[in-house]
Design a protein around this ligand. Structure first.
Ligand code: KG4
Ligand code: ZN
Length: 345
């Protein structure tokens, strides 16, 4: 089955076509970063309006790149949540209408399930069961994954998500939105171990996270060190490095605890922060030492994209699941409430 995927949950319009047995046929992502940069964050109403502008041209572009006629699409998958309500409604109403016009089934995909399954677009793909670390702008979760749709959340962030902590700390460091990748770049210039910031909640049992204290610690350290030192650029880089190392180390300690607790040898990293090079390198080392392996998508499939929605939607449509003509979106949506693939059979 050939599935068109539509992602509009936040500030990226992502379109892709995935075909069972063949893989990803074409994809395109339009990022609204510039539109929101002057506001320092995503403005929901502007995001919705821009998705409306970009959807149709992007779908045409992707179909043309794959040399496909619209009539050859066998199903449509759109992000139905979690995300910004207006942005979700644009993709959902568009996707549902296209499917109706084409006379094919449609499915609303859980955005985090999309992220979680994205590493399966790679070769080799991870095999079930595994532990997944989902690290995006809105979520930080450790999930035990037994099959598609069989998820048990082992732990999650009690306050800021890891990506959110990167973005807010980047702002403190004077970097523009979205700050995660910019902070990572600055950290590469920093001296390792110049500072050691706290690893939040690692000495407590359990698998939850908390990053807001680390953000405050970083802000205070930056202020003090900028006063104490006379090389502001290097000071900023050293502070960025210490912050990144603290986040990566915290995530690593919890991931190791989770794979040991569940008793698996496969760790999957997904979501925007999993594009972070330091995180990937450290997780590779850690999983090798555990006698296992870490899997993650290529960098542009870590951040929001249509390919992961096309792929997750394909799994469900191929198993016979589909939405009725009336659709809904869910700005908040616990992933544990998803049906497994056998649910519709
Ligand atoms: O998954 P994603 O694209 O969108 C959400 O679903 O939230 O994740 C975006 C987040 C942002 O917070 C961004 O700053 C962060 O991922 N991010 C990074 C890197 N690339 C993206 N954080 C750290 N290092 C990176 N290289
Ligand atoms: Zn995302």
């Amino acid at each position: 089955m050939r599935v068109l995927g539509i992602e509009t949950s936040c500030d990226e319009t992502g379109i892709a076509v995935f075909e069972g047995g063949r893989g990803l046929l074409a994809q395109a992502v339009y990022s609204q970063t510039e539109l929101h940069a002057r506001y320092g964050g995503v403005v929901p109403e502007l995001a919705s309006r821009d998705h409306i502008r970009k959807l149709l041209p992007l779908i045409r572009q992707v179909l043309a790149e794959a040399e496909l006629e619209a009539t050859s699409i066998g199903g449509v998958a759109y992000t139905a949540g979690p995300g910004l309500a207006g942005a979700l409604l644009v993709g959902a109403s568009f996707g549902r209408s296209l499917a109706w016009a084409w006379g094919v089934p449609a499915i609303g995909v859980h955005h985090m399930e999309g992220h979680l399954l994205a590493p399966m677009l790679e070769d080799p793909a991870p095999a079930f069961p595994f532990v997944a670390l989902l690290v995006s702008g809105g979520h930080t979760q450790l999930v035990e994954v037994t099959a598609v749709g069989v998820y048990r959340v082992l732990g999650e962030s009690l306050d800021d998500a890891a990506g959110e902590a990167f973005d807010k700390t980047a702002k403190i460091l004077g970097l523009s939105y979205p700050g995660g990748p910019a902070l990572a770049k600055l950290a590469e210039q920093g001296v390792a171990d110049r500072y050691r910031f706290p690893r939040p909640m690692v000495d407590r049992p359990g698998l939850d996270f908390s990053f807001s204290g680390l953000k405050t610690h970083t802000m205070n350290a930056l202020r003090e060190e900028l006063q104490a030192r006379d090389d502001p650029e290097q000071t900023r880089a050293d502070v960025a490095r210490a912050f990144e190392e603290a986040v990566v180390d915290t995530l690593l300690i919890k991931c190791r605890r989770a794979v040991r607790q569940v008793g698996v040898r496969t760790l999957v990293l997904a979501g925007g922060v999993s594009a972070n090079r330091r995180l990937r390198a450290r997780m590779d080392e850690m999983m090798q030492a555990e006698g296992g392996r870490a899997f993650y998508p290529r960098p542009h499939l870590c951040t929001d994209n249509g390919a992961m929605i096309a792929f997750a939607g394909h799994q469900r449509l191929a198993a016979g699941q589909a939405e009725p003509l009336a659709f809904s979106v869910r700005p908040r949506w616990p992933m544990q409430s998803l049906p497994s693939l056998d649910a519709g059979r």
